[in-house]
Design a protein around this ligand. Structure first.
Ligand code: HDE
Length: 733
């Protein structure tokens, strides 16, 4: 991009004698720079100019190491001393530069959403949104680069990925009309209704201020104290306790804009919308037991999963969609207040209309430069997309800009490469910490006559962002919320009623775990009273888990209206990228193993071969000592497993239960696979191995046969439903 691209078409340079001192009324070239105003040639630390867009530079590629000023260095391993055994000299400017820079390598982590992972991609519009919004990136065929950052909310940067928590799903669209940030979560409702409570809920959920524990989780007194005293949080908390709180992968998460937004078309007509991201691979979760095991075995599980999938070319995809509601003066829909961020609109009432497809196809090159420095802001809007008066959104519009000033060290974070818009910038923002631009010209103010009056206002230009002139109701200043925001229980009841029995069991267990970690009896009891307002059985079973009596319901609640779209179960999804562990032993036929692996790869599955003591990494990826069941979505027993006598005793052999003839590590792996409701296939003597592990060969989700490739196919069919849900016993009537 050249400087001229950023200006409207300019008529010719003023000729001699033409007046140049009055305020221009149309664009005109600025006065030429004075001879001494030529800008220095800016160069990056890699020796390249910042305008050089010929691809990422490799910082370590130059021939000679230099200091930050470009002076070559003969040594960077020894500080300057008065003799080899003498004192280090203060004059060692290289030592001081190196250490000083290192001392400042870290920036403050995000106050929430500190732990994240991200990827680059592209959004391709279907054109279906063009009738709703004039936003250029929603026009038919538009392709827009994106950068997406997924995150947990509560934990610090180094915390584990699989904790029970809400996940952030923030997307930066680099559109031709400026940056649009869709800063959403994987849960469509929020804890609080008014931004002024956000510091409170975060203080309650973060580790206790005295001991700074527990890390990255809500299972502690202050969180449950807060949410039971603010029953508006009940709905979001219920989603957290459901399987949505422990996603299988970032690739299998839905995303939601949460607030209602206003779309404006080219004629100025408006509608109200809720944003949705729908993953092509379906919405899947871990089990809680798996999540806990992974937290120890592979704390980077989600980050690794995203990175590996993209490296392998299995690019994750989501459809962006909207639920469209009429923009009425009441801003309600089917009795739901659209300004209340603790409410969602059931998809049965307003179906999600797909607008385009997002594909993530490239991993970051440098985690700090991109993932850590990316700065999202719900106020990064483009023409055709506007905000509503949701009181939570109003606070966010302030907060995100403000927080970057501390986090990224000043007001110029938009100049950091990952944050740079792809549209021409012609602002009048100047100076400040980390100013990267060398602005030319002399008149950064408007109106001016010295720089030709440039830049001009866009006026009625359709690409200008013009706030929709939404009428503001005549009212008094009050610190209040509308009465409709007082309904804290109808939608939690809908959510609970929409869950299948196995999903309800998971929710009960999650409340039991979390409240079981609370030490204050009053906190436990108050939360049981909240649960009584959602459902009697939920309350009774959690109370039983805690060894407490279930409280009597305080008031009769109206019957719940289920929304079947809320359940994650009952549909079939692509199995691309799912991992199959193939357990081999001395009796495994290598030819059969090859056939099964080829068939798995042909089905886009990821086969990982596990042999008793490892082997050639091209053929065997894990040994019994390094494999853990949680890496696999299903396992195949491919021939005679190693007997216990051949194996070194495993440290965790006791966890496998009574002594078996099977290698205890294999017995543990099979036992976990079974209890996490994953499909198990096998041939040859697989039946004996299952028996030795104490598992029923005719149990649900066990596929035994004589044709290994057919066994694999049946296991893949089971994977399409994510898990063998029948393996979880239905609740007692
Ligand atoms: Fe955020 N939130 N938030 N939040 N949020 C931040 O901004 C805040 C809320 C969300 O990957 C912070 O740059 C307030 C809802 C995501 O970089 C901060 C309120 C939703 C991310 C902030 C909310 C979100 C953030 C911390 C209540 C879903 C990570 C660092 C009024 C719709 C973005 C930062 C990334 C990050 C404030 C509520 C999503 C402090 C005040 C609701 C995905 O500005």
């Amino acid at each position: 991009m050249t400087a001229d691209d950023t200006r409207p078409d300019l008529p010719g340079t003023p000729s001699a004698g033409e007046p140049t001192v009055e305020e221009p009324v149309e664009p005109r070239p600025p006065l030429p720079p004075k001879p001494d105003q030529a800008a220095p040639e800016p160069r990056s630390a890699t020796g390249r100019g910042p305008q050089d867009d010929s691809g990422p530079a490799r910082a370590q590629a130059g021939a000679y190491l230099t200091n930050a000023q470009g002076t070559r260095l003969p040594d960077s391993d020894h500080s300057l001393k008065a003799g080899p055994r003498g004192p280090v000299l203060l004059q060692d400017h290289h030592l001081r530069e190196k250490i000083t820079h290192f001392d400042h390598e870290r920036i403050p982590e995000r106050v929430v959403h500190a732990r994240g992972a991200a990827a680059h991609g592209v959004f391709e519009s279907y054109g279906a949104g063009a009738g709703l919004s004039k936003a250029g990136f929603l026009a038919a065929g538009a392709r827009t680069p994106v950068f997406v950052r997924f995150s947990t909310v509560l934990g610090s940067r180094g915390s584990a990925d699989t904790v029970r928590d809400t996940r952030g799903f923030a997307t930066k669209f680099y559109t031709d009309e400026g940056v649009f940030d869709l800063v959403g979560n994987n849960i469509p409702v929020f804890f609080v209704q008014d931004a002024i409570k956000f510091p409170d809920v975060v203080h309650a959920a973060k580790p206790h201020p005295d001991r700074e524990i527990p890390q990255a989780q809500s299972a502690h007194d202050t969180f449950w104290d807060f949410v039971s005293l603010h029953t508006e949080a009940t709905h979001h908390t219920l989603w957290n306790m459901s399987d949505r709180g422990i996603p299988r992968s970032y690739r299998t998460m839905e995303g939601f804009g949460v607030h209602t937004f206003r779309l404006v078309d080219a004629e100025g007509a408006t509608c109200l919308v809720k944003w949705h991201w729908k993953p092509k691979l379906g919405v899947h979760s871990l089990t809680w037991d798996e999540a806990q095991l992974i937290g120890g075995a592979d704390p980077d599980f989600h980050r690794r999963d995203l990175y590996d999938a993209i490296e392998a070319g299995a690019y994750p995809q989501w459809e962006l969609g909207v639920q469209v509601m009429p923009d009425t003066p009441e801003q309600t829909f089917e009795g739901i207040d659209l300004l209340d961020p603790t409410k969602f609109v059931p998809e049965e009432l307003a179906p999600v209309q797909p607008l385009g497809l997002m594909t993530l196809h490239a991993n970051p090159t440098n985690f700090f430069a991109e993932v850590e420095q990316v700065a999202f802001h719900p106020g990064h809007l483009v023409p055709g997309i506007d905000v509503t008066d949701d009181p939570l959104l109003a606070g966010r519009l302030f907060s995100y800009l403000d927080t970057q000033i501390t986090r990224l060290g000043g007001p110029n974070f938009a100049q950091i490469p990952i944050n740079r818009t792809h549209a021409p910038v012609n602002d009048m923002l100047r100076d400040g910490f980390h100013q990267d631009a060398v602005h030319t010209g002399t008149a950064p103010y408007k109106p001016n006559s010295l720089d030709g009056g440039c830049p001009f206002f866009a006026g009625a230009d359709p690409h200008a962002f013009i706030e929709h002139p939404q009428p503001v109701p005549a009212a008094h200043k009050v610190r209040e919320l509308p009465a409709s925001f007082d309904d804290h229980f109808s939608q939690p009841r809908t959510f609970w009623a929409s869950m299948t029995p196995v999903e309800q069991e998971h929710i009960i267990a999650a409340y039991g775990f979390e409240l079981g970690k609370c030490t204050e009896p009053a906190v436990r009891e108050r939360n049981l009273r909240v649960l009584a307002r959602i459902d009697d059985r939920l309350c009774a079973e959690v109370a039983a888990a805690l060894g407490l009596p279930a409280p009597e319901p305080e008031a009769a609640e109206p019957p719940a209206r289920p929304s079947p779209a809320l359940s994650q179960l009952g549909r079939e999804w692509p199995v691309a990228g799912r991992t199959i562990g193939i357990l081999v032993g001395p009796g495994t036929d290598p030819g059969v193993l090859d056939d099964v692996r080829s068939a798995a790869l042909a089905a886009d599955l990821v086969p990982l071969v596990v042999a008793p003591s490892g082997g050639d990494p091209a053929e065997v990826q894990r040994s019994f000592a390094t494999a853990r069941s949680v890496e696999f979505d299903a396992v195949l027993l491919a021939g005679a497993p190693a007997p216990a006598a051949d194996a070194a005793p495993a440290r965790d052999a006791r966890a496998a239960g009574p002594r078996t003839l099977l290698d205890p590590r294999l017995a543990l792996l099979l036992g976990e696979t079974w209890r996490h409701a994953k499909a198990i296939g096998g041939w040859g003597d697989a039946r004996d191995a299952l028996a030795a592990a104490g598992l029923p060969a005719d149990g649900p989700g066990v596929v035994l046969g004589t044709d290994p490739v057919q066994v694999l196919r049946e296991v893949a069919d089971l994977l399409a439903g994510h898990r063998v849900w029948d393996r979880f016993p239905p609740p007692a009537a």
